[in-house]
Structure formats: C-alpha cells, structure tokens
Design a protein around this ligand. Structure first.
Ligand SMILES: [Zn+2]
Length: 303
C-alpha cells in the first residue's frame, strides 16, 4: 500500500481533496478495504490464533480465519469496536475533524454530517481524539526543552525537541495532576529518550533528573525579550491560543487530555503537505488503538 520507504503517497494512500474522498469512500466495502489495509498492512493476521493466511470473506464484513474459524471484523478491538455508525460516516467524521484547523466541536460535527444527536457526535469525537495519541510514540531525542506552564484548565507538562536550524521538532504534552517532581519525572521517563540532552529553567529539576540518569542543563533566564527556552515559550503560547478557541466547557480537566492529544497530533504533523496525511495517520492509529472503555466515556461525558 505504501511507497517502498513506508511513506504514504498522496492521492494513492489517502485522498487530498473532498472530491477525491467522495470518489473513494462511497460504499461500506471501500471503507472496510481501506481500514483493512491500515490494520493489516502485511496482510490479514488472525486476532485469535495469529495465522497469516487470507481469510474467507463472510457476510456483514466479517473475515473468517481459515486456520481456527475465528470470525474477525476490521473494527473489533479498535476505537471503532461495536460501532453502529456506518464506516462511511466515521470516515467522513475523520475527514471533517482533520480539516478543522482550530479543533472540531461536537455541534459542528453533528451539523456537518447531519447526525441524529449531539451525544452521538460527541462520542464519535471522543473516540477519534483517543486515536490522536500514537499507540507507540517515538521518544524525543537530541536537545529537549522541558518544563510546565498553566492553562485555565490546569497545569501542563511540556517537552519540546529543539530542531536545527533553531526551531521546534516534535512535542509532547500532558496534564499534570499535581505540580510535583514525581509527576514531571514520570512524564519525562515516558516521553524522552535516555540519551537526550535536557534543558530546564529550574535548577532543582535538573538535579532530580540527573539522579534518573539524564543529562540536564539549567537554562538561565536571558531577559524578557529573549526567553531561556524559545521552543517551550513558542509552543506554550500556541497551546494557550488553542485553549481560547475551544468551545465553552471543553476545558474541564477531564477533557483537557483529549484536547492536548488533538493539539499535539496537529502540531507534530504541521509539516504535512495535505490534510489527507492527517486523515490517513488518524485512521491508521485508530486501527491500533484499543476501544474507549465505558469508564473513559462516562468520566468525560458533558452534562
Ligand atoms: Zn485464527
């Protein structure tokens, strides 16, 4: 499905316009085939016995394993698990979402797709935002600025790769339940490669991270016009601006993580030449992300 180096190709692996989207995803079968290619890029693998033989196609999109007889579907065990919404609608929701530069709202999605209820639109967005976190994100490398900052909805941990020429590479963000060094250390351990060269505005953080085996340099303030950590400064400003665009009520702490996932997903793919690549990546991740649990949804559901 992909070019030989694994890079998805515009127009072939993903549509680059609404017109191409409509031409390509007019039927459930076309949507199933696309998702199958994303879930099993090397060919079908039985979720039950791991056999790699081509399955028997069966009614309602089911695939029957020739080895053990297990009936699989392309969506079982993914964020689309047990959905009653047609895949055509899911893919259209995905296209709509990646095209909303400042983030999508449930009301906007409900109107754009003519969905029966706000609750359906809200739950769909919730599932898609779950898939916006890569299932196995690569740890940040090289020089990495770390720190935390405040939003109206809570305190955020931020790690920013410093790219050459001076600029910003990939970012990682997470809501901090408490502004403690333990929470920060767990964020760093989960997101930054052990060999990275960290920079922090807090000397005590550097000492604590050194005990974890990280090289950490204390970045002293350079004056108001020249922030000590320009990458952090820039990304924190963008996240604050992003928060201003969110719909009222969206910034309650339990929902903030979902919005941070959406910000990071867009920011880390900002160099893409087409939103089609975001569409492709989101669905690829959705195929490798576990279903949202009942608890996930109930905890965050708006009143
Ligand atoms: Zn099997």
């Amino acid at each position: 499905m992909h070019a030989q180096d694994g890079t998805p190709r515009a127009g072939e692996d993903y549509p680059v316009s609404w017109r191409q989207f409509l031409d390509r995803f007019g039927t459930e079968e076309a949507c199933v085939a696309y998702l199958q290619g994303l879930r099993w890029p090397q060919g079908f693998v039985c979720p039950h016995c791991a056999a790699r033989t081509a399955p028997y196609p069966c009614s309602r999109g089911r695939l029957v394993c020739r080895t053990c007889g297990f009936q699989a579907t392309v969506t079982a065990g993914t964020v689309f698990d047990k959905t009653r919404t047609p895949l055509r609608v899911w893919l259209a929701a995905c296209w709509y979402l990646v095209n909303q530069k400042h983030g999508a709202s449930a009301l906007g999605l409900q109107r754009a797709l003519g969905l029966g209820s706000y609750q359906t639109a809200w739950t769909m967005l919730h599932r898609l935002r779950k898939a916006m976190a890569p299932p196995a994100p690569a740890p940040l490398q090289g020089v990495v600025e770390i720190g935390d900052f405040c939003l109206d909805a809570g305190r955020i941990a931020l790690a920013v790769e410093v790219a050459r020429p001076p600029g910003v590479g990939q970012v990682r963000l997470r809501r901090l339940a408490a502004p403690s060094m333990t929470a920060m250390a767990s964020f760093i351990l989960g997101n930054v490669a052990p060999g990275a060269a960290l920079r922090s505005a807090h000397a005590e953080d550097c000492q604590a991270l050194a005990r974890l085996g990280y090289a950490c340099e204390h970045a002293a303030p350079q004056g108001a016009r020249q922030p000590a950590m320009p990458g952090m400064h820039r990304v924190a400003a963008l996240v604050r601006r992003w928060e201003q665009h969110l719909p009222q009520g969206a910034v309650q702490p339990t929902l903030l993580d979902a919005h941070l996932r959406e910000f990071s997903f867009r920011f880390n793919l900002r160099g893409a030449d087409s939103v089609g690549l975001l569409f492709h990546r989101l669905l690829q991740q959705a195929m490798h992300t576990a279903p949202a649990t009942y608890r996930d949804i109930v905890q965050c559901r708006p009143e």
